[in-house]
Design a protein around this ligand. Structure first.
Ligand code: NAD
Length: 366
């Protein structure tokens, strides 16, 4: 059974009745002149205006797009709460192949829809949208961030994302080995794109040895050429990377689902801390990690540097102020490990608990 939007009834059931739902508002947007079809999902404004990027993706169905928007918006509530931002969670998806349907007119039409929400939702870049696109959206909508520095924006958010992941690694080292320094540690990075290549630099500056892999040979070549001192080596693929002997930390920085029933048994690292979203392939993996004695720094906590960067832009971007806030990911990660220990739960569950507490307190104080 489907409703008039093509969204199956189970999506609406998720929205109104399940634990995964509870969203405040979902907006379906259409502009036939430009071909725009978008879904804006606002999960929570308990901590402030919902903040989250716009994903532009050729979804197999409109129902899949709605489900993705709901899921991503909910994730942003938790991420923003743990990042200490005064923002709730929201996300938008534009349905279609950006290479085919993206146009200036479509982005302007999208900007008008976001503007119509009057600041309840603040948008930014995500998969399929870029800084240049946000510059266009911003012409119609003042609640746009992730713009170019020439337009008063923070630019590429991967700079502070990598810095935040590095802080998460330092906290993991402190928790596990009693010293935040990564000197002499062996760190494996799967995916050396925008975030991964900055992460290599932080790690080398701290004296860590790094092993990398990427499906793109040019990405690997670029890193090896930038670090010719022998401190960075490459392996063929992620399967080889996670089996590397003596690996201290594994950093998934490519796609989601890196931690699964297949990868856990062969993982040699004692810590997992990386930028990729949704690293746990399914619920329960966080417990399997803990049972195997692997310390997991929750993905949405350590990769929040990017959202911290774009949130700062709303106050007139100040890189040093944003960097200082991203540095707090170190303390936040340590606090999660402490809570996990005291409550006897995995760190991922501890992070969720702390985020839910912060949102509940904000709701009560209203
Ligand atoms: N950029 C940000 O600010 C930011 C913020 C939060 C989370 N993230 C997440 O971090 C991850 C990396 O983001 P990015 O901006 O660096 O993306 P990116 O596309 O620039 O880099 C990803 C890299 O991973 C490589 N890759 C893809 N599949 C792979 C595989 N199977 N094995 C090895 N390498 C593979 C790609 O070739 C690419 O070089 C993504 O999951 C993203 O969602 C990014």
């Amino acid at each position: 059974m489907t409703d008039v939007t093509g969204a199956p009834a189970d999506v609406l059931h998720t929205l109104f009745h399940s634990d995964q739902g509870g969203h405040e508002q979902v907006v379906l947007c259409q502009d036939r002149a430009t071909g725009l079809k978008a879904v804006i999902a606002i999960h929570s404004t308990a901590l402030g205006p919902a903040l989250g990027g716009t994903r532009f993706y050729p979804y197999a169905s409109e129902a899949e797009a709605v489900a993705d928007a709901l899921n991503l918006a909910r994730g942003m509530s938790y991420k923003n709460a743990m990042a200490g931002l005064d923002h709730g969670g929201g996300k938008a998806v534009i349905i279609g192949d950006p290479d085919i349907v993206k146009s200036e007119e479509l982005l302007l039409a999208y900007g008008r829809f976001v503007a119509s929400l009057g600041g309840r939702y603040v948008t930014a870049c995500d998969v399929g949208t870029y800084v240049a696109d946000m510059d266009v959206v911003a012409r119609e909508c003042r609640w746009t961030t992730g713009r170019s520095p020439e337009n008063g924006g923070a630019g590429d958010s991967s700079v502070l994302t990598a810095f935040g992941v590095y802080q998460g690694m330092r906290a993991s080292a402190q928790h596990l080995w009693g010293d935040p320094s990564l000197r002499g540690r062996l760190v494996g990075i799967a995916g050396v794109g925008k975030v991964g290549h900055h992460l290599v630099r932080h790690l080398r500056e701290d004296g860590a040895e790094v092993v990398i892999t990427d499906v793109r040979e040019d990405a690997v070549r670029r890193i090896l050429a930038t670090h010719p001192d022998g401190g960075v080596t490459a392996v063929a693929d992620t399967a080889a990377l996670i089996r590397t002997e003596g690996l201290d930390i594994y950093a998934p920085c490519a796609l989601g689902g890196a931690l699964s029933d297949d990868t856990l048994p062969v993982l040699t690292a004692k810590v997992v801390c990386g930028a990729a979203n949704n690293q746990l392939a399914h619920p329960g993996v966080e417990k399997d990690l803990a049972d195997r004695g692997i310390l997991y720094a929750p993905d949405y906590v350590v990769n929040a540097g990017g959202v911290i960067q774009v949130a700062d832009e709303l106050h007139g971007f100040d890189f040093e102020r944003a960097r200082a806030k991203a540095a707090k990911i170190y303390d936040t990660t340590l606090a999660i490990f402490a809570r996990a220990k005291s409550d006897g739960i995995p760190p991922a569950a501890a992070a969720d608990r702390i985020a839910e507490q912060r949102m509940a307190e904000a709701r009560r104080s209203r």
